[in-house]
Design a protein around this ligand. Structure first.
Ligand SMILES: [Zn+2]
Length: 129
């Protein structure tokens, strides 16, 4: 089996940080990475370091939302975060996330439901008292 070339490994276009991370060191990719690094440096200097933090708070919030009847696709639509990442957090497959991502998760609220939630539906009683 042949070793995949850089072209085969990366589907990202040249001039992107993703392509740089896949190993491309062409001028447009280096410039894209330098722009990102410069932006991060400015953010850190401005006090917005956005460090990695534990997912525990975000995971607990996702568990609550799931308990409220909201699946990860609905959470994804509400937050703009890809549902596969939300699933990884929910399942404990990801242990650390950026602080800003955690904040985006923590502000997700279930939509106002127009129908009763399962816990609120009274059980059927064939023989009322
Ligand atoms: Zn490139």
């Amino acid at each position: 089996m042949a070793i995949p070339t850089l072209e085969q490994k990366s589907r990202c276009q040249h001039g992107t940080r993703s392509r740089y991370h896949s190993g491309c060191r062409c001028q447009p990719c280096r410039e894209a990475n330098n722009r990102y690094a410069a932006g991060r440096r400015l953010e850190r200097q401005a006090g917005n370091a956005n460090p990695y933090i534990s997912v525990s708070g975000a995971r607990t919030h996702l568990e609550v939302l799931e308990g409220e009847g909201m699946n990860m696709r609905a959470c994804s639509e509400a937050s703009g975060i890809h549902y596969s990442q939300l699933y990884r957090i929910l399942r404990g497959q990801q242990t650390a996330i950026r602080k800003q991502l955690a904040q985006k998760i923590l502000v997700i609220t279930p939509p106002q439901m127009s129908f009763p939630r399962p816990a609120q539906v009274l059980p059927f009683n064939p023989r009322p008292a």
